[in-house]
Every structure is written in structure tokens, then in C-alpha cells.
Design a protein around this ligand. Structure first.
Ligand code: ADP
Ligand code: TYD
Length: 209
């Protein structure tokens, strides 16, 4: 029987620097002998990518926004993440449910409880094995985003939204410190990768849950 793969998610506020490491993490895992799929949320399936386009650009209520994040996630888990894990592949996903807790629950002030209800309704069993939370202060994130393409609906939000989102991510660390590992992303890329390699090796050495 094929051993189940592991599920790794990357989180952080916009501009924290997580996308910079996605391919590197995948290559590192391959060098350790694992088959790897990289994917992202919202997105990862044809329907999910269509929903992504809407949610990043169209005005909508907070409830609609939250439901669309979960709708995209439902498809993603069913079509991509679960099948890959079952086939023994490791899945590296740029954002997952912690992002809904942080952005909708915290940034937009929906609250943890309402996000938790949807999480339990959708997929009670699929939690990441490891979540890497790329953490930076506001001024660093803003400076890193400055050269990027046209900002989306979330990137246009102000400092208070950013601070609430970051605080909600930290609450996820408090709630599940074993799973959610903080990466001080204000350091150099090389310094960050030393920590990432340690986290990945620890996960690879652990027995599956
Ligand atoms: P995110 O995916 O979290 O929004 P990115 O990975 O796209 O952020 O990074 C945003 C910008 O910051 C990019 O231009 C990237 O090159 C730069 N960057 C990322 N990490 C670092 C770092 N540790 N030091 C300096 N610049 C960085
Ligand atoms: P991301 O792919 O990180 O953006 P980028 O292409 O700029 O790197 O994420 C897109 C945006 O979606 C980001 O601002 C965070 C937001 N988001 C939520 O608000 N809730 C969610 O559940 C998810 C998955 C993303």
C-alpha cells in the first residue's frame, strides 16, 4: 500500500514573501525523494481559478466572499489535494483555510466562530500536516508589494486590515503551535531557507498522523 503524502501550506499577509519559496520547497522535497504537487488557493482547479478571478476583483458582501473561498476549496480538496495525498504525493499549497481565518475572520472581522462553522461543515478531516506562516511587519510587506503588479481587492486594504489579518494568523499559531510554524520573513532568503529545510526534514522524519 502506498503511504499517504503530506500536506504543507504556506501562509502570510500579502507581500510577506511566501510565493518566493514555493518552488524551492517543492524542489527540496523532491531532493528528499518525495513526489510533489504545488497548487494554490483560491484556485487550483478550473472552477477554483474562475472563482479566484471573481473574488479578487468583484465587489461582494463578506458572506459571499467567505462562501466563495470555501466553494473553491471544496473543489480543490476533492479534485486535487485528496487524490494527490492518497496517491502518496506531497502537496505544497499557497494558502488554505488559515487564510480564511486570517483575512475574512480577522481582516474583515467576520470572527473565528463563523469561519469554524464552515470549516467543519466542509472538510472536518483535512488539516495540513505543516503550515509555514511567513511573518513580517507592515512596512516590510508594503515595501515588497510596491513594485508588484496592480493590487487586488485585498492588497488595496489599509494598515488596520493588515494588522487584524496578521493578528488573526498569530491566533492560529496560538491555537495550533505544533502545526503552524512562524517563519520570520524579514530575514534574508538564505536565512529563511535554513529554517525551512529544518522544518521540512522534521516533518519528513515524523510518522504520518
Ligand atoms: P507573497 O507571495 O507572500 O505575497 P512574494 O513571495 O511574492 O510575497 O514576495 C513579494 C516580493 O518580496 C517579491 O518581489 C520578492 O522577491 C520579495 N521578497 C520575498 N522574500 C524576500 C526576502 N526574504 N527578502 C527580500 N525580499 C523578499
Ligand atoms: P495570493 O495567491 O497569495 O495572492 P498573490 O497572487 O497576490 O500572491 O492570494 C490571493 C488573495 O486572496 C490574498 O490577498 C489573500 C486572499 N485570500 C482570502 O482572503 N481568503 C482565503 O481564504 C484565501 C485562500 C485567500
Amino acid at each position: 500500500m502506498t503511504a499517504r503524502g503530506r500536506f504543507i501550506t504556506l501562509e502570510g499577509v500579502d507581500g510577506a514573501g511566501k510565493s518566493t519559496h514555493t518552488d524551492w520547497i517543492a524542489d527540496k522535497l523532491r531532493s528528499l525523494g518525495h513526489r510533489v504537487v504545488t497548487t494554490r488557493e483560491p484556485g487550483g482547479t478550473p472552477l477554483g481559478e474562475t472563482l479566484r478571478g471573481l473574488v479578487l476583483t468583484e465587489p461582494m458582501t463578506l458572506e459571499t466572499e467567505t462562501l466563495l473561498m470555501f466553494a473553491a476549496r471544496c473543489e480543490h480538496v476533492a479534485q486535487v489535494i485528496e487524490p494527490a495525498l492518497a496517491a502518496g504525493e506531497w502537496v505544497v499549497c499557497d494558502r488554505y483555510t488559515d487564510a480564511t481565518y486570517a483575512y475574512q475572520g480577522g481582516g474583515r472581522q467576520l470572527g473565528v466562530e463563523r469561519v469554524a462553522v464552515l470549516e467543519q461543515w466542509m472538510q472536518p478531516s483535512l488539516q495540513p500536516d505543516l503550515t509555514l506562516l511567513f511573518d513580517v511587519p507592515l512596512e516590510i510587506a508594503r515595501a515588497r508589494l510596491a513594485d508588484a503588479r496592480e493590487p487586488d481587492r485585498f492588497e488595496r486594504e489599509g494598515a488596520a486590515f493588515f494588522e487584524r489579518t496578521r493578528a488573526a494568523y498569530h491566533a492560529r499559531v496560538q491555537a495550533q503551535p505544533q502545526r503552524v510554524r512562524v517563519v520570520d520573513s524579514s530575514r534574508s532568503i538564505d536565512e529563511i531557507r535554513v529554517q525551512l529545510e529544518n522544518e521540512l526534514r522534521s516533518l519528513a522524519a515524523m510518522q504520518p498522523a
